[in-house]
Write a protein that binds this ligand. Structure first.
Ligand SMILES: [Zn+2]
Length: 478
């Protein structure tokens, strides 16, 4: 078999197998009987082994190194494939297994610690996880330090010394915006669930996702997944809150990105979002900058109000949506405190990986920063640093991508405002096609052929910048 043919065939097999894993994951979150977890884990593991075997086969590695590209596409595919395989070849199988094993242990310890409100149950497991992750970072070493190496797994091309500068500007400005605005109590407005569900679906379709390519589901935590090119799934939680609408717009933003990936790269390593941060920019753009804007609600609220159990005025509805409080939990936070929550975890996880602090310092540091940034101190660690599962999963370097995504989203929003004629009216009338088309052309169409920052640079004329986000937050909360 020709080398290029072998390369494309191997990628297709990996891509199809990955779709099967996504399908099994979707089913696990939405449908799986309680007792079937073990059976499901066996199924997932087998597919993972097949992917791994394919990816690290000597035949594929030989072909990737010897093949001569005949088209621009071949050249791009070979470059990315070579980068990815050579990285994975540097990680010994024993370390991969140790990390996977430690994840299982840590998740269990994390759950136990949360239930007992006692972080000491989790800390030894976490300490071991950090040690393994540091070893991993040294082996892949694609950044200037261990933390940057882990960050680059999610956000290639951006290292932590750069983030430190951007984030410290964000932190100082956010704290001063917060000081200047009045604190308000947030009321969780309730809806008629079945009427709301229908409205939520209509909004998602109006964003430009074809019914033929989408399935809705219900899960404990909302998520979206792509099973194959024309098959995306999104879930929402099962409750009566207005937030269900924003969850759905968020997940639909992710789904639109996946649906618009360039067809020519299907079944290759380039058929993917460019980075986690850029993916998150697509979801938060719809959820926050469009969905939570006055433009979105001005005309629509009259219709929407009918699903509210205690209807209020549009003005009260908007004020409630953007009330800035002192939330203990990131997932309950308004946009301003949400950013601050991310900064707290970023600062602590960076110092843990760099060895500047020990796991025994986390609880104290968390409480100190909560007091300084959010204005409230959690009574226990379950309400504190144990609120998110990422560290138990070994995902160090993931958190900052939430904030990178928000910065990109604000940059995109401001550029669309300039580029799209009658932008405000489009949102006001819920005619989202010009927005969808702009995103497809300027963001989605690149797949993974460029880094996220290069895509943003081409789309907006600027690299990663905190200023648009700060402007937009000020506009939303004041
Ligand atoms: Zn998301």
């Amino acid at each position: 078999m020709e080398k290029l043919e072998l390369i494309y065939q191997a990628q297709k097999e990996i891509s199809v197998l990955s779709g099967i894993i996504e399908l099994l994951g979707w089913d696990e979150e939405t449908n799986l009987p309680e007792d079937a977890l073990e059976g499901r884990a066996e199924q997932v593991k087998l597919i993972e082994v097949l992917i791994h075997r394919n990816f690290l086969s000597a035949r594929l590695w030989y072909a990737v190194n010897k093949a001569l590209p005949t088209t621009k596409k071949d050249a791009l595919v070979l470059k990315e494939l070579k980068r990815e395989i050579s990285k994975q070849r540097r990680i010994p199988q024993i370390l991969v297994e140790e990390i996977a094993h430690q994840e299982i242990i840590c998740r269990k310890l994390w759950k136990d610690a949360r239930a007992a409100k006692d972080a000491s149950l989790f800390l030894p497991g976490l300490k071991r996880m950090i040690k393994l992750k540091r070893r991993y970072a040294q082996l892949v070493m694609s950044g200037s330090d261990n933390y940057s190496a882990l960050l680059s797994e999610f956000e290639p091309g951006i290292d932590s010394s750069r983030l430190d500068k951007i984030f410290s500007r964000l932190r100082d400005e956010l704290l001063s915006i917060k000081e200047a605005i009045a604190q308000r109590e947030y009321i969780d407005l309730k809806t008629d669930r079945s009427m709301h569900k229908k409205l939520v679906k209509d909004i998602v379709y109006s964003m430009g996702i074809e019914k033929r390519r989408l399935v809705f589901g219900v899960s404990m935590h909302p998520f979206s997944t792509q099973i194959s090119r024309n098959d995306v799934r999104i879930t929402t939680r099962l409750n009566d809150s207005v937030d269900i609408l924003f969850d759905a717009m968020h997940e639909a933003g992710h789904a639109l990105y996946d649906l618009n990936l360039p067809k020519e790269y299907l079944h290759t390593v380039l058929f993917s979002g460019s980075s986690i941060g850029l993916h998150e920019s697509q979801s938060t753009l719809w959820e926050i900058f469009i969905g939570k804007s006055m433009m979105f609600w001005q005309d629509y609220y009259k219709q929407y109000k009918q699903v509210l159990k205690q209807p209020c005025s549009l003005d009260a509805f908007m004020k409630n949506m953007h009330s800035v409080g002192k939330p203990l939990k990131r997932l309950d936070a308004d946009i301003l405190n949400y950013c601050l929550h991310i900064l707290i975890r970023y600062e602590i996880e960076r110092d843990l990986i760099l060895g500047k602090i020990d796991v025994s310092d986390i609880s104290r540091l968390w409480k100190e920063r909560m007091k300084d940034y959010i204005g409230v101190v959690p009574e226990n660690d379950a309400e504190g640093f144990l609120q998110d599962i990422h560290w138990a999963d070994g995902d160090f370097g993931y958190f900052p991508t939430y904030l990178i995504g928000l910065m990109y989203a604000a940059q995109i929003f401001e550029k669309m405002q300039k580029d799209i004629p009658e932008f405000e009216n489009c949102i006001r009338r819920h005619e989202f096609h010009p927005i969808k088309d702009w995103l497809a052309k300027n963001i989605h169409s690149y797949g993974k052929t460029l880094s996220s920052e290069k895509i943003i640079m081409k789309a907006t004329g600027n690299g990663l910048s905190p200023e648009p986000l700060l402007r937009q937050i000020k506009r939303l909360v004041s």
